[in-house]
Every structure is written in structure tokens, then in C-alpha cells.
Design a protein around this ligand. Structure first.
Ligand SMILES: Cc1cc2nc3c(=O)[nH]c(=O)nc-3n(C[C@H](O)[C@H](O)[C@H](O)COP(=O)(O)O)c2cc1C
Length: 192
């Protein structure tokens, strides 16, 4: 992740990480609307579905051997490189049990590994970036507070800015397109 550029020339680069376990779910649809209508002029975007980039179970190796992690390969490498290349990281995360789906939590656990990969300055690389959240849930908005709390604290811990959360309501795919409040919020979400 790179600092948000202040001057003209260097475009913002948004990485959308879709954590839904179904393709083209409500959350991806809402995030797409927000991207179409409110990304800053000239911003680049990359979309990755976490389920298309499965990671092995996370292992805590901090206190094993020299505490270093091996060089990431395969899907892990793809996710690491995309993360570091972004100025803005958008977690496209349906609400599962008041929090993020397993794929998103596993991806965040890997950040702990990436701190400790020789030659990768992950902490410095993330500092100054912006973390955003797009979430659709079936229940009431109070359900989403644990997830927002987790992400805000994560941003703070990483020295990132908190961009905010775009919240929609829906159960079956497409339901969110009837959530007028979410559609209005999506129109200006990334411009805020
Ligand atoms: C495993 C699982 C857990 C869920 N947990 C919650 C929950 O805690 N609160 C809630 O309001 N909705 C919950 N839902 C409903 C989803 O958030 C909702 O259907 C949402 O639209 C799914 O997003 P998607 O279409 O992008 O996959 C859950 C759904 C699943 C499959």
C-alpha cells in the first residue's frame, strides 16, 4: 500500500477484495455501484475475489525458529502484491455472524505473517493508505458494529486512514438494489 498521492499525476489505486462466498452477491453489487459513481477522477481499480485466491490455514510462526515467514508464493503472493500496490483497500464483506467471512479474516491474519517476511516492509508499506468497508447484512445495522470496530482498530494499528463503511440491507442477491438509503450513500461514498 502506498501513501495517498497529494499532487497531480499519481493516480489512486483502489483494491476491492470481495469476501462473499457467492459470486455477484449483494455486497459486490453495492460496491460496484459505489465504484461506478464515486471513485475519484483517474483512480485505478483492481477487483479480487478472496475465494478465487484461497490461502492455507494461517500458522503463527512468530516464536518458532527465527520467527521469520517464508517468501509468499501463489495466491498469497498475488494478495500481498495487490495489497501493497493499492493506496486504498476496500473490504467488500457481507456480514457473517456479526463479523467478516472466514476468507477475509484469514487474509487479515496473513498481515501478521507479512510483517515478518524478509525483504517485505509490510508495516511501512501500509502506513498512510486508506481502509474502507462495504457490507450488506440481512438484519439491523447494530449487527454490523463489531465488524466496523474491528476494521477501525485495524486501520489505527496499521497507521492507515479509516475511509468509512457503506452499509446495505439484503438477503437474496439483488435485494440491496431496493435499499434506497444504501443506493444514495453509494453515489458519494468514495468521494467523501
Ligand atoms: C454464514 C452466514 C452468516 C450470516 N450472519 C449474519 C449476521 O450475523 N447478521 C445479519 O444481519 N446477516 C447475516 N447473514 C446474512 C447475509 O449478511 C446477507 O444475506 C447478505 O446479503 C450476504 O451478502 P452477499 O449477497 O454479498 O453474499 C449471514 C449469512 C450467512 C451465509
Amino acid at each position: 500500500m502506498t501513501d495517498q498521492p497529494s499532487g497531480a499525476g499519481a493516480p489512486r489505486r483502489f483494491l476491492f477484495l470481495d469476501a462473499s462466498s457467492r459470486v455477484d452477491g449483494n455486497t459486490a453489487q453495492l460496491a460496484r455501484l459505489a465504484a461506478e459513481s464515486s471513485l475519484p477522477e483517474g483512480a485505478e481499480q483492481q477487483w479480487l475475489r478472496l475465494d478465487d485466491h484461497p490461502l492455507p490455514p494461517f500458522q503463527d510462526l512468530r516464536h518458532t525458529g527465527d520467527g521469520r515467514y517464508p517468501e509468499p508464493v501463489g495466491h498469497e503472493r498475488t494478495l500481498l502484491e495487490a495489497t501493497l500496490a493499492a493506496t486504498d483497500l476496500v473490504l467488500v464483506s457481507p456480514l457473517y455472524w456479526y463479523t467478516m467471512p472466514t476468507s477475509a479474516k484469514l487474509y487479515l491474519d496473513y498481515w501478521s505473517a507479512w510483517f515478518r517476511v524478509p525483504g517485505v516492509d509490510f508495516r511501512d508499506g501500509m502506513r498512510g493508505g486508506t481502509l474502507w468497508d462495504v457490507t450488506v447484512l440481512a438484519g439491523t445495522e447494530e449487527h454490523v458494529q463489531p465488524l466496523i470496530g474491528t476494521l477501525k482498530l485495524t486501520a489505527e494499528y496499521m497507521g492507515m486512514r479509516w475511509g468509512g463503511a457503506l452499509i446495505g440491507n439484503g438477503t437474496r442477491p439483488g435485494d440491496v438494489l431496493r435499499d434506497e438509503r444504501a443506493l444514495i450513500a453509494a453515489k458519494s461514498f468514495f468521494a467523501g
